[in-house]
Ligand binder design. Structure first.
Ligand SMILES: C[S@@+](CC[C@H](N)C(=O)[O-])C[C@H]1O[C@@H](n2cnc3c(N)ncnc32)[C@H](O)[C@@H]1O
Length: 190
């Protein structure tokens, strides 16, 4: 099953499915909020590829929370191609290019700041490819919903990474241990 809120993108997906002779795929017109009401089954994997960059931290939080209700046992959520803010800044000034020269980066850094301030003042997105989200933020949101995370570097883009979220089955045990420890220490201090 595939979903996108753009009809033309679903059309492109459909063309690819014909070319590859994929038969048992349903395509749905929906966004990160409306998709859940259209589902009546659960999944082994729920993935989002190059989409997280268009979502706010609040949307990512809600997406993970909803997705966790539609996962089979041992199911995983995989967020592909998230933009890492630290590496993206370096990529933009040419850090990963073969002929990187520090002094050449200074005008680019200045221009980058100018463009960002101008975008903020005009209330436009700060970057045309969307927003970056650090692995720490994704991990914090995932942990909140009972997932542990594994981050994997993209093979194709120096500044992108993938995050695999799996249910943290040891979490309830750790919470019980922490509670027991809290009770024990309060018993001895009273
Ligand atoms: C860079 S494209 C990636 C398309 C596809 N996932 C792929 O890997 O080829 C980003 C896609 O995300 C879709 N998109 C962005 N925000 C979305 C949202 N909140 N809900 C559903 N689709 C969204 C856009 O319509 C666009 O087709």
């Amino acid at each position: 099953m595939g979903a996108d809120f753009s009809n033309s993108m679903l059309f492109e997906a459909e063309k690819k499915m014909w070319q590859q002779n994929y038969k048992n795929v349903d395509l749905i017109l929906a966004d990160d909020e409306t998709i859940w009401d259209k589902l009546n089954l659960s999944f082994d994997r729920i993935t989002a590829t190059e989409v997280i960059q268009y979502m706010t931290p609040e949307q990512i939080d809600a997406f993970i929370q909803h997705a966790s209700n539609y996962l089979n046992e041992e199911g995983k959520i995989v967020l592909f191609d998230i933009i890492d803010p630290r590496l993206y800044s370096l990529w933009k000034v040419g850090w990963f290019s073969q002929n990187f020269r520090f002094w050449k980066t200074l005008p680019r850094v200045g221009m980058g700041y100018f463009k960002q301030i101008s975008a903020i003042l005009k209330n436009r997105p700060r970057d045309i490819i969307g927003d970056s989200h650090s692995p720490y933020l994704i991990e914090k949101i995932a942990n909140k919903h009972g997932f542990k995370t594994e981050h994997v570097k993209s093979m194709y883009y120096e500044y992108r990474y993938h995050t695999i979220l799996s249910k943290d089955i040891m979490r309830p045990l750790r919470i019980c241990e922490a509670l027991a420890e809290g009770l024990r220490s309060s018993y001895f201090t009273t």
